[in-house]
Design a protein around this ligand. Structure first.
Ligand SMILES: NC(=O)C1=CN([C@@H]2O[C@H](COP(=O)(O)OP(=O)(O)OC[C@H]3O[C@@H](n4cnc5c(N)ncnc54)[C@H](O)[C@@H]3O)[C@@H](O)[C@H]2O)C=CC1
Ligand SMILES: O=C(O)/C=C/C=C(\O)C(=O)O
Length: 483
């Protein structure tokens, strides 16, 4: 059985405790590998390696850092099939999605930040008339911690690591213990690309032990985290008294606002995707659908018909649109919300049941589920489900739609379907979110600020925002004298 080992100081190693976790294949519910069950001692080992590597990596030229990162990007591309297979097996997502989205984006993350660092600069301020010149240094922080979730494993792991090392930091990183495989494979790619030992250290294990040791390590001064809001709260509570820099990208309950004047066919096709891509396990999925009254009944009929066409099945079959949910416990959480929807008086328009896939009877498959709700304050409309479940509800006026869109504790993204430019501007300004998509969804330019407001997190990732997060600004003020 494959052992998912730690990657510390450029080499693979077993956990100090000698203990292992089971790694499940969600498509059939079977254990298929063992994962290093690391703890504080392993994190300390990784920290020591990262601290030593920082001395030279922080002084390595931008060109050299960039060259190595571009090589990593190339090697990810060269290993597309191997990595995509590993991701589909570990996560349960369709192989087609891993091949076209997850792994290409992991490569793009390295390529993007390899180039971005060559364009990153800092400011100078001349205090005219005061004979003073200020310039700002942007210096790497030191050893930083990157903690990522299971829904987009290599995609989000590299989204954090790439800007961190581009800016000259060294990293102690922990992928989710639910989906560690592609992070494990990244180690050998980094070695092949010539990344100096200790620059990236990948430690596997559970959140409350291995993750906890990262967030409470006194010398790891910045934490970049993506995951659940509850965990984000815990990280903030632990790290804030130690004055660590924090970037927290948390949950979402994103509104999809559909107006009668939209491009209907395009909206319908994209709404199917924004509802159920990756089994609905993307923090950006449009899980609350609000539709303007004149097209509500038509939308309901057409949406149900389109969703019925989606095939739930073996992630490795090309015809599968929806694979398995990531774990048994997560599937049960999603099922509990479907039950709650009915208890709250919601009407299941489609789906709601577990799917049995021939030959994979113990896999974690669920039907894509559409719930019509009558009160936007009900729990299924307020709480993050993070699975293939969406709610739909009509609205009459723009202000009503806006009020419902904003009436959740989350504030990550929203999607607006309209051809009215005035409405687009009005609503974009008033939506309490970090990202507004208009007539599109998950359309990503990696230069743009990415992150949420309210309980969806703190800080922004992407572009220069990420490079600013992973550096400390130091102003140097020079007073000079005239002759
Ligand atoms: N990006 C997002 O918005 C995501 C949201 N979620 C939401 O969170 C819920 C819970 O999912 P989980 O897998 O439990 O996510 P989680 O937030 O517990 O896990 C994310 C990462 O945090 C780590 N972690 C957990 N506890 C930690 C601690 N005390 N210190 C440091 N690191 C820690 C985990 O090991 C994992 O690497 C999901 O049902 C979903 O609603 C989950 C994954 C991604
Ligand atoms: O950066 C992106 O394109 C997407 C990020 C998605 C998440 O952070 C998530 O689903 O957790």
């Amino acid at each position: 059985m494959i052992k998912v080992l730690n990657y510390i100081n450029g080499s693979y190693c077993e956990p100090i405790s000698g203990k292992w976790l089971d790694n499940y294949n969600p498509s059939n519910g079977e254990v298929y590998s063992k994962i290093a069950k690391s703890e504080a001692r392993d994190i300390e080992q990784a920290y020591v390696a990262a601290k030593e590597a920082f001395k030279s990596w922080s002084n390595t030229t931008i060109d050299e850092r960039s060259r190595i990162m571009l090589k990593i990007a190339d090697l990810i591309e060269d290993n597309l099939l191997k990595l995509a297979n590993a991701e589909a097996m570990d996560n349960g997502k369709p192989l087609s999605l891993a091949l076209t989205v997850d792994i290409p984006r992991a490569s793009s993350n390295f390529r993007f930040f390899a180039n971005a660092i060559t364009q990153f600069s800092s400011e100078a301020h001349e205090s005219v008339g005061l004979n003073t010149m200020n310039f700002t240094l942007r210096q790497p922080i030191g050893v930083v911690g990157c903690i990522s979730p299971w829904n987009l494993p290599l995609y989000l792991f590299t989204w954090k690591i790439a800007p961190a090392i581009a800016a000259g930091n060294t990293v102690v990183a922990k992928p989710s213990e639910v989906t560690p495989m592609t992070a494990f494979l990244l180690g050998e790619i980094c070695t092949k690309a010539g990344l100096p030992k200790g620059v990236l250290n990948i430690v596997h294990g559970e959140g409350p032990t291995a993750g906890q040791a990262i967030i409470e390590h006194p010398e790891i001064k910045a934490i970049s985290f993506t995951g659940g809001t509850k965990t984000g709260e815990h990280i903030a509570r632990t790290a804030a008294p130690m004055f660590k820099k924090l970037s927290l990208e948390l949950g979402g309950k994103n509104p999809n606002l559909i107006f009668a004047d939209c491009d209907y066919d395009k909206m319908l096709a994209v709404t199917v995707r924004s509802s159920f891509a990756n089994q609905g396990q993307i923090c950006l999925c449009g899980s609350r659908i609000f539709v303007e009254k004149p097209i509500y009944e038509k939308f309901k009929k057409d949406f149900v018909a389109k969703v019925k066409e989606l095939k739930v099945g073996d992630p490795f079959e090309a015809s599968s649109n929806i694979g398995a949910l990531v774990s048994k416990s997560h599937m049960e959480k999603v099922q509990s919300y479907i039950k709650l929807a009915e208890e709250e008086g919601g009407k299941i328009l489609y789906g709601g049941k577990r799917v049995t896939v021939k030959g994979l009877e113990n896999g974690y498959y669920l039907e894509p589920t559409i719930v019509e709700v009558y009160d936007d304050q009900c729990r299924v409309n307020q709480e993050e489900i993070f699975g293939p479940v969406v709610t739909i509800m009509p609205f009459e006026r723009e202000e009503e739609a806006l009020k419902m869109a904003n009436s959740v504790k989350y504030g990550l993204s929203s999607t607006l379907w309209t051809t009215n430019i005035n409405r687009t501007m009005r609503m974009s300004k008033k939506l309490e979110v970090g990202i507004v998509w208009v007539n599109t969804w998950l359309n990503r330019d990696l230069r743009t600020p990415f992150g949420g407001t309210k309980n969806s997190g703190v800080g922004r990732e992407g572009g220069f925002e990420a490079l600013r997060f992973f550096t400390e600004a130091k102003n140097v003020c020079i007073a000079y004298e005239d002759e």
